[in-house]
Write a protein that binds this ligand. Structure first.
Ligand code: FE2
Length: 131
């Protein structure tokens, strides 16, 4: 067994756990590139004290590189729990992360999301870079 065996993936339009990466097909050197990652865009994922998305991490692997760079991480820590018990606060953080980054190299943007019940889900999207 390897940790890579723990990552599941699927078509995000059919499987609610798969992180949806919204980023351009291509960017230019020196230009800030906007990346938005969310879980449940097409099919909403539950957001309750018992069942929710806890975090999303975003990585970039430059073309030809061996090691990825972690671009950012979002922690979603409010899922309805309160002094009166589970699902009593009415306050729920949505699993959505936005970041901007610059790259002078093309590569792959990858995202991992963690559901407290259903584990780790990943998705990837290519990014081209023009001069
Ligand atoms: Fe789940």
């Amino acid at each position: 067994m390897s940790i890579k065996d723990l990552f599941q993936t699927a078509d995000w339009k059919k499987e609610k756990h798969v992180p949806v990466i919204e980023s351009p097909e291509s960017t230019a050197k020196g230009v800030l590139t906007q990346v938005k990652v969310s879980v449940g865009k097409q099919i909403p994922h539950p957001n309750t004290t018992e069942h929710h998305i806890e975090w999303i991490e975003v990585y970039f692997l430059a073309q030809g590189a061996k090691f990825p760079i972690c671009l950012g991480r979002g922690e979603f820590s409010s899922h309805g729990a309160w002094a009166q018990g589970p699902n009593t606060s009415g306050i729920y953080t949505e699993p959505q992360l936005s970041l901007q980054f610059k790259t002078d190299k093309p590569g792959t943007v990858s995202a991992v999301g963690y559901c407290n019940i259903h584990g780790l889900w990943e998705n990837s999207k290519e990014l081209k870079v023009t001069e």
